[in-house]
Design a protein around this ligand. Structure first.
Ligand SMILES: Cc1cc2nc3c(=O)[nH]c(=O)nc-3n(C[C@H](O)[C@H](O)[C@H](O)COP(=O)(O)OP(=O)(O)OC[C@H]3O[C@@H](n4cnc5c(N)ncnc54)[C@H](O)[C@@H]3O)c2cc1C
Length: 396
């Protein structure tokens, strides 16, 4: 595979997912959101068709592909108006981390379900007092015999109510100060002491965000990704956390780019359709360059963002984690910006109708901003490129 041209398999996957998305579409998602439900029918059908676990290993029920394939799935569902946000966390972050670093038992326990969508896993790293600075997270894991005991708080964690478990990023207690020494724990939803409160978000989204409290959450040794104490200094365990974390965060950025590009394409398509017909003078509004050019610009920017996303996915899938990191950050940045501008221009193109519920674009103004903020903000990516790529000094 090349990052620039798609294989026939990729094209076939793209059109098959697009066809599924078209059968559900924006109306389905709007109804689900209005009823406060979840897109269970779409999730389960996509799971049965093998789309949700397309990136996970075949021996555990996945499709044997990579993030390139999973990003196609999310982009096409988004372009059809029915994106599945949990794809970003469940198969992309959690599935990848478990497939790459989990023990044999963890793989058997989780991967088949994450692959066919019968099980889902949320991902929790963000904390109220750390925010963009993950080095400051204070969710700590303490040993008690062979058990682990977790204490801490998380915020803005998506889909905890529907996920069977949450992959919680903590740190070992003796590493409370100094640089981050993370460790990842699988915390089942109903574990004692694992509390959640839904955050009242101004977002029309089926997936809700939660504030989590971990109050003396007791977990068995095998809840630690990569294995318990006997593996601690081997390929898994406590000391392998940083590697595991980055293995999950790059797919997350690629998938956020896919989410943004899909949404941008959806909004742009609605605007183009409208601009072709709507006539208030002699010609359709799409003939006025003030309307046409920004739409053309939005299309170019989305295509460019996709190119960088494909490069990032290609690098990640070929095992080059370092190069994938830079490309995934740039792809997320480009896609977030392209999405925000495409949505803004789409709303503007529809005039008053851009703000009606009927045309369904106004709510995307808020939704589009998510890809600028999460999982890493625009500014933190600019910081990364300033320091890592350009070698400029740090201000913080
Ligand atoms: C819809 C939604 C879903 C989410 N889902 C999840 C999830 O499932 N799991 C999870 O762990 N997290 C999730 N998040 C959290 C998300 O990753 C964080 O919101 C994000 O990392 C930013 O952190 P913060 O909100 O604390 O902002 P802050 O870190 O407080 O930043 C606030 C502003 O300051 C800027 N800023 C901060 N530091 C600097 C600096 N050094 N230089 C320049 N500017 C700076 C930022 O760019 C930003 O604009 C979600 C967030 C949203 C909105």
């Amino acid at each position: 595979m090349s990052p620039v041209t798609e294989t026939d398999e990729h094209k076939a996957l793209r059109s098959a997912v697009a066809a599924l998305g078209k059968r559900y579409g924006r109306e389905y998602m709007t109804k689900v959101v209005a009823e406060g439900g979840h897109p269970d029918e779409l999730w389960s059908e996509a799971g049965k068709l093998g789309y949700l676990g397309v990136n996970l290993p075949e021996e555990y029920g996945g499709g044997g592909g990579g993030i390139a394939e999973l990003s196609i799935v999310l982009e096409e569902l988004g372009a059809a108006g029915c994106p599945l946000l949990m794809l970003v966390v469940s198969p992309a972050i959690c599935g990848t981390v478990i497939a790459r670093f989990g023990t044999e038992e963890q793989k058997r326990q989780w991967l088949p379900g994450l692959s066919d969508g019968t099980r889902t896993m949320a991902f929790g790293i963000t904390e109220p007092d750390a925010g963009s600075n993950s080095h400051r997270i204070t969710t700590t894991a303490r040993r008690d015999g062979t058990d682990w005991v977790l204490n801490g708080r998380k915020v803005f964690i998506s889909g905890v109510d529907i996920a069977d478990a949450t992959l919680i990023v903590g740190r070992t207690e003796d590493a409370r100060t100094g640089s981050l020494k993370p460790c990842l724990f699988i915390v089942p939803r109903d574990t004692e002491g694992f509390g959640r409160r839904q955050i009242d978000m101004e977002l029309a989204s089926a997936e809700k965000q939660f504030e989590l409290t971990l109050d003396e959450v007791r977990l068995p040794a095998d809840a630690l990704v990569g294995g318990g104490p006997s593996h601690a200094f081997g390929s898994g365990g406590e000391d392998a956390g940083l590697l595991q974390l980055f293995a999950g965060l790059n797919p997350e950025r690629v998938m956020t780019a896919a989410f943004a590009i899909g949404m941008g394409r959806f909004a742009l398509a609605r605007a183009v359709e409208y601009a072709r017909d709507r006539t208030v003078w002699k010609a359709p509004i799409g003939a006025h360059q003030a309307i046409a050019h920004p739409l053309a610009q939005a299309h170019i920017e989305l295509e460019l963002a996709r190119l960088m996303m494909q490069k990032a996915a290609f690098l990640y899938d070929s095992g080059d984690d370092i190069a994938a990191g830079e490309a995934a950050n740039m792809a997320k940045y480009a896609a977030g910006e392209a999405c925000v501008r495409a949505v803004d221009q789409a709303v503007h193109t529809l005039g008053g109708n851009g703000l009606t519920r009927e045309f369904g674009l106004a709510s995307l103004i808020t939704a589009a901003r998510v890809s600028r903020i999460a999982p890493v903000s625009r500014e933190m990516i600019l910081n990364y490129v300033s320091h890592q790529t350009l070698g400029l000094p740090k201000s913080y």
